[in-house]
Design a protein around this ligand. Structure first.
Ligand SMILES: Cc1cc2nc3c(=O)[nH]c(=O)nc-3n(C[C@H](O)[C@H](O)[C@H](O)COP(=O)(O)O)c2cc1C
Length: 234
């Protein structure tokens, strides 16, 4: 249910509910301005019911609106649960496709997607810098990440394009060492934004800030306890 509709329902509920139950003093104070309204809901300035039937009806209307609000809340929470289940199903689907036995570049992409958050390390002078990242996209057979040019991470990568990425899915983990290459083409940025609609609130393909970079000369190593590491280069 649209938020505006819910707000209207809530206002209607408050109007009808408090119209009936507000204090006498308040009613008297407001009577001058809202006499037409009290007439509508069937009470006078002394908070006496002129028409018991009318007040009963307005109370009933308030209860009906309350039921609507309750139904809207329940509907929303059901939807959220469904979405959570869908996301869980999607994750399971991705998890099933990630074959760590014979990994390739797509495995690396799937694994990062499955982890949702990975950690991107850059170098600033002689100091390593690391932060959480989430964006990952395959465009023209290359793995891309996204950031904003205003960020320190971007400035660090401009100075020293060597990066390392680490992510853990709960049982296996990946470490990718690579060199990042800035791609200023609108189509590369648009592809990323199309895959992350939530980013569109902050970034646009043709703004001066959005930046996408692809991983070059990458070596990705998959690790699991008790298993030999698997290496993939791309
Ligand atoms: C889960 C998560 C995912 C994130 N993904 C990205 C991302 O893909 N790109 C990005 O620029 N910032 C992302 N951020 C925000 C950066 O971590 C944050 O801006 C960080 O401070 C950038 O590093 P810097 O301060 O060294 O520039 C993410 C943050 C979180 C918590």
């Amino acid at each position: 249910m649209p938020i505006l509709f819910k707000i209207i329902l809530l206002i209607l509920f408050i109007v009808f509910f408090f119209g009936f139950f507000f204090t006498e003093k308040y009613l008297q104070l407001q009577h001058r301005f809202f006499s037409w309204y009290y007439k509508l809901i069937g009470i006078d300035a002394q908070f006496k019911t002129k028409s018991p039937t009318l007040t009963k009806i307005t109370s009933l209307i308030a209860i009906v609106f309350l039921c609507f609000i309750y139904a809207a809340i329940v509907e929303d929470s059901n939807k959220k649960n469904q979405n959570a289940t869908a996301t869980q199903e999607q994750k399971t689907a991705i998890a099933e496709t990630v074959n760590l036995e014979e990994p390739d570049m797509k495995t690396v992409y799937d694994f990062l997607k499955k982890c949702e958050t990975y950690y991107l390390a850059t170098v600033e002078n002689d100091q390593p810098r690391v932060r959480p990242f989430g964006t990952v996209d395959i465009f023209e057979d290359k793995i891309y990440i996204q950031t904003g040019k205003v960020k320190n991470v971007s400035k660090q990568m401009a100075k020293n394009p060597k990066v390392e990425i680490c992510a853990f899915d709960g049982s296996s983990w990946i470490r990718i060492e690579a060199t990042v290459v800035n791609d200023d083409r609108i189509e590369a940025k648009q592809h990323m934004l199309d895959n992350y609609p939530s980013l569109r609130q902050m970034y646009k393909a043709d703004d001066d800030n959005t930046q996408v970079l692809y991983l070059k000369d990458a070596t990705a190593t998959f690790y699991s306890f008790g298993k030999d590491p698997k290496v993939v280069k791309f």
